[in-house]
Write a protein that binds this ligand. Structure first.
Ligand code: HEC
Length: 185
């Protein structure tokens, strides 16, 4: 009896059951108005930008879902500086699962129930050149996470995420000259 009660208490104290997870968002989830959120409950949604204004990279970006993310255009020019920053962040945050070359062969990834997908040019699941997989798709995946992959919206700012996208695009997905992609379907 004692054992069962203490098991129940232990279970109830688990952050997921106590609805406290993910606690890293606790301070952000308050009643304040978030960037790009309407202050008027009668008219929810984002206020349109004033005409001829340009969204500045570095502001918080709220992404509804992967489809919405796919429509976003990459605001960060993929110059050498951005690619280098992206490389640094990729090596910290993504290599444990996706591996240094993006093949999906990271040491942590191998232990998961679902293997991390191949982010490099050798991907045979789909072509990274396809319009179905634009920069916004990779950005969206980092922002939202997947079935197994965690979200990186708390760890990486939008600009940092675009830097990672630029690194994945310019370095990991750049096929060496003469590379012939295997037939993908
Ligand atoms: C804990 C392991 C893990 C980490 C760390 C991780 N991923 Fe993933 N990733 C996965 C798994 C597993 C999938 C397979 C799909 C899923 O989980 O929904 C995936 C899928 C993806 C996809 C979809 C690829 C496709 O072909 O559709 C993208 C893009 C991606 N990850 C990018 C990243 C980036 C960029 C980082 C670093 C910021 C990262 N991932 C960090 C595990 C991880």
């Amino acid at each position: 009896m004692m054992k069962r009660t203490s098991l129940l208490v232990a279970l109830l104290l688990m952050p997921a059951l106590a609805q406290a997870w993910p606690w890293s968002k606790d301070m952000a989830n308050q009643i304040s108005i978030k960037p790009q959120e309407s202050p008027d409950p009668a008219h929810p949604g984002m206020y349109p930008f004033p005409s001829r204004s340009v969204p500045v990279p570095g502001t918080t970006v709220l992404v509804e879902d992967l489809d919405a993310a796919k429509k976003m255009s990459n605001p960060v020019v993929p110059d050498e500086q951005s690619v280098q920053k992206g490389k640094h962040l990729f090596e910290i945050y993504c290599t444990p699962c996706h591996g240094f070359k993006g093949y999906g062969d990271g040491l942590v990834g191998k232990k998961l129930i679902m293997q991390p997908f191949n982010l490099s040019y050798t991907n045979t699941m789909h072509s990274w050149k396809s319009p179905d997989y634009p920069d916004g798709y990779i950005f969206g995946y980092m922002t939202l996470g997947g079935a197994v992959m965690p979200s990186y919206a708390n760890d990486l700012s939008p600009t940092e995420r675009w830097n990672v996208v630029n690194y994945v695009r310019k370095v990991l997905q750049k096929a060496p000259p003469g590379y012939v992609a295997p037939q993908s379907n």
